[in-house]
Design a protein around this ligand. Sequence first.
Ligand code: ATP
Ligand code: MG
Ligand code: MG
Ligand code: MG
Length: 439
Amino acid sequence: MRLSSYFMPTLKENPSEAQIVSHRLMLRAGMVRQASAGIYSWLPMGFRVLKRIEQIVREEQNASGAQEVLMPTIQSADLWRESGRYDDYGKEMLRIVDRHDREMLYGPTNEELITDIFKGAAKSWRDVPRNLYHIQWKFRDEVRPRFGVMRGREFLMKDAYSFDLSKEAARHSYNKMFVAYLRTFARLGLKAIPMRADTGPIGGDLSHEFIILAETGESQVYCHRDVLELDVLGADIDFDDQATVQGVVDRWTAIYAATDEKHDEAAYGAIPEERRVSARGIEVGHIFYFGSKYSKPLGAMIARPDGETVPVEMGSYGIGVSRLVGAIIEASHDERGIIWPESVAPFRVGLINLRVGDAACSAAATGIYDTLRKAGVEVLYDDRDESPGAKFASMDLIGLPWQLVVGPRGLAQGVVELKERRTGEKQELPIDAALARFT
Ligand code: ATP
Ligand code: MG
Ligand code: MG
Ligand code: MG
């Protein structure tokens, strides 16, 4: 992509409405634009990141055996009356009346709808286990939408729902999601800690929130420092091997980590003082086991091998896909701007032509641009007629992992400069050697 024709409305000044760094940087880098309170349009740069996060979430869900579906954003109020949540959900639910006076709502979550879908199709133990997920926009009329996409009203969520015959089987489904979440967040370059959590309006009795430590987080959390040092992606995992999956969950849950609601002063006090962590955190994922809370009222029953009919055992598993865009920036930035982890970066390489009017510079930069593109490397080519300072500043602001700088002085020696955004490390390399890093 050539920057001269890219739609990237960057801002030089800090927007006054943004209170936290990720919101400021997302606006300054031209990633999103507010449409109304807590509702955002995603511009090309932001949309690329959103899609890359979504894809990693999808790959890890699929790897764990979950199957992707797509449910609508608008739901009928009837199902929510059956579960009893139509009244319980309160003002966070956006209620809509259609032209026939039918009560509808913009889905804040999908337990009812998926239970109804499953119920219409599944009859017996042969139809379980299943885990169905979708990645779809949700609406919650938050009292205080703030911090940009971190607490929006319309936001993108991955929500998965598991169906099992017994509590033990449901536990395995829960554990699989637990491990899939660890892998997902690690691939996103994040240290997300599973913490014992309250089940809230979803209900049920087993739950973990996945939390990123950050000063701007809205939750108070407590943990043992050891949990911050566990390695996640070390080995591949066989999700069908119940004992292995349970082993991973046990290793993580053996170490103290809890949200405020589940905090246990005595257990925390037993941790050596220098290993205690009391911090703010951002909730990026949340998993629940809730048994028959929805299957019972909605009548989702399956027959066991002995013929007895029982309500299907369920769990639900959310990831805040759009919140993650902000959360990753909170975790990865410096005073000059965003520092994207390679896995989610909108482009891998930013190519800067320092002197657009110079024939040799332009020929070299265009050659590099074409070679990278042909090799399938995503590259943003700053071919604008701007000062070097302005180009360096906007490249640092948008945070692409690698910068390749082509200038007349280097070119005379046959070299270009390669800069790693994260470390700031610079290196002069012949063009071929620089290209070889990426192709
Ligand atoms: P919070 O405590 O932040 O209000 P929640 O507990 O209400 O979140 P869940 O029902 O657990 O949210 O939804 C699953 C995930 O969806 C959350 O872990 C979070 O990452 C994301 N999420 C929830 N509300 C919002 C929101 N208003 N804006 C962006 N993402 C959200
Ligand atoms: Mg909430
Ligand atoms: Mg919460
Ligand atoms: Mg939650």
